[in-house]
Design a protein around this ligand. Structure first.
Ligand code: FA5
Length: 346
């Protein structure tokens, strides 16, 4: 009996080498431990043995069963590995990056900002920056907009508690600290810190207490331009803006300067754009920025002699330009962080 069990286990071990598929494994299992399997036959004969022989053979039988179970477990692992390799096709290199991981991309507002800055860079304008938490003096007073000026009402903003007052806040008596309503405050900081001539472009975040709708946000972005030199004229302003518009909207885009009012420019204009490449807005005059020649009073307030220096300035809304370029109908899409919207600009 011992001999018989040993040869069953030996035969099974040799047999198992040829097993490669799940079906072959099932057939192998049936041959050994199935209802008519070789080991099952031996088990069936256990009853015919004497009382003394039974425990001895029983122990040998258990030993043989354990060996067969180990063989079957090893075969299952081998078959599963083969199935996985089959499903994957070619051998895999687990150190390679997954082809499924989507790449990130620049936000449409960042892309538009870079495009705008690139066109102004061609004209020699360099990027300047200023703080988002600004003093009342830099945001309004130095821009010829004193406390009782009605133009302040149009840019109502968020004032911060006294604890936020910075070291340079008490300048000329206007001490309050606020979230800047426009990037024009960077004009003031640049005129105070640099020696003319210079030409800068200042992109940045602005804040207003505006009710949010399809074209207004309480937090939006502007791009400011300032060019200070001797004898800067309206022809320079028109030339700079015409170049920018043609770079951004194509060579057929046109501009129109419409008289307007800003306390810090004189004369002041709204610049309208007309282009055949704007989908359903093609061919219509669209207002896209405020601009003008720097008011001599502002030059004086910022320490420049208006008899020597003159300048042009402009300020545009980044969201509005991005909406026109891409045909976006609601400013709120930019901030919703919806991947379905953002993916369209990847
Ligand atoms: C200004 O802010 C002036 N500082 C622009 C300027 C600069 C004029 C230099 C002359 C010289 P205005 O308030 O019109 O102007 O805003 C400029 C642009 O900012 C608007 O045309 C619009 O595109 C954008 N803008 C203003 N308020 C919002 C808002 N709540 N949401 C989104 N965009 C806005």
């Amino acid at each position: 009996m011992q001999q018989q069990l040993a040869s069953i286990v030996d035969a099974a071990r040799q047999d198992s080498v040829a097993v490669t598929t799940r079906a072959e494994m099932e057939a192998f299992k049936a041959r050994v431990v199935g209802p008519n399997g070789s080991l099952t036959q031996v088990m069936k004969g256990l009853g015919a043995l004497s009382k003394e022989e039974r425990p001895v053979v029983g122990r040998l039988l258990n030993e043989a069963k354990r060996e067969i179970e180990e063989l079957l477990a090893a075969l299952l692992a081998k078959v599963e590995d083969a199935e996985i390799a089959d499903a994957l096709g070619a051998p895999t290199d687990p150190s390679l990056p997954s082809p499924e991981v989507p790449a990130g991309s620049a936000h449409p507002l960042s892309r538009t900002r870079e495009r705008i800055l690139a066109s102004f860079r061609k004209l020699g304008l360099t990027v300047a920056e200023g703080p988002e938490v600004e003093t009342e003096w830099h945001c309004f007073d130095a821009l010829n907009t004193p406390a009782d000026h009605p133009a302040r009402d149009m840019q109502d903003t968020l004032y911060l508690p006294a604890a936020f007052r910075s070291a340079d806040a008490p300048r000329k008596g206007a001490e309050s600290v606020l979230l800047r309503t426009h990037t024009s405050s960077v004009q003031v900081r640049t005129m105070l810190s640099r020696k003319p001539p210079f030409r800068i472009v200042a992109p940045g975040r602005c804040f207003r207490r505006d009710a949010v709708d399809a074209t207004h946000s309480a937090n939006f972005h502007q791009v400011e331009g300032l060019w200070i030199d001797r004898q800067v004229t309206l022809a320079d302003l028109r030339g700079v803006l015409d170049f920018f518009v043609k770079e951004t909207f194509g060579p057929d885009a046109e501009i129109r300067l419409r008289p307007s009012f800003f306390p810090f420019t004189e004369p002041s204009f709204e610049m309208d754009l007309r282009s055949p490449n704007l989908g359903r807005l093609s061919g219509r005059w669209l207002e896209i920025m405020g601009c003008g020649l720097v008011d001599p009073k502002v030059l004086e307030l910022c320490g420049l002699d208006p008899k020597v220096w003159s300048g042009l300035a402009f300020g545009l809304g980044l969201e509005r330009i991005a909406m026109l370029v891409h045909g976006i109908d609601d400013i709120r899409h930019f901030y919703a962080n919806d991947a379905r919207f953002l993916r369209q600009f990847a």
